[in-house]
Design a protein around this ligand. Sequence first.
Ligand code: 5GP
Ligand code: ZN
Length: 123
Amino acid sequence: MPDADAGAVPAGCLFCRIAAGDLPARVVLRTPRVLAFEDVNPQAPLHVLVVPVRHVESAAAISEGDGELLEEMLIAAREVAEASGKGGGGYRLVMNVGDDAGNTVPHLHLHVVGGRRLGWPPG
Ligand code: 5GP
Ligand code: ZN
């Protein structure tokens, strides 16, 4: 049974399918609630996406009760960065929300980006 607050899952949601094992991905970490896999179009030597296994639309859909999930995603991000050996100089965690931010996949994901000097502010 999906969580009661999971909402409707868009048919064929890309990251739901990856989390279910229906689509291939280079998985680097898996827990019962969180999956981390390499971005197919990496923007830096380290570029991993940390996603909840259950469907959550975006960071804007987070509500009370999701604290443990977010905690698990942040811990996963740190573990991924440390295990990669590429995050020693620092790394960036990004959640894009909406078109202006460049959000393209409507399933919550935390970008873990590092392994090179990153510019700021974003373009
Ligand atoms: P957004 O632009 O929504 O913040 O990030 C979506 C990310 O998902 C992009 O960095 C894009 O490269 C990545 N992506 C899109 N489709 C796939 C896919 O099928 N597999 C993997 N591993 N990454 C994907
Ligand atoms: Zn989904």
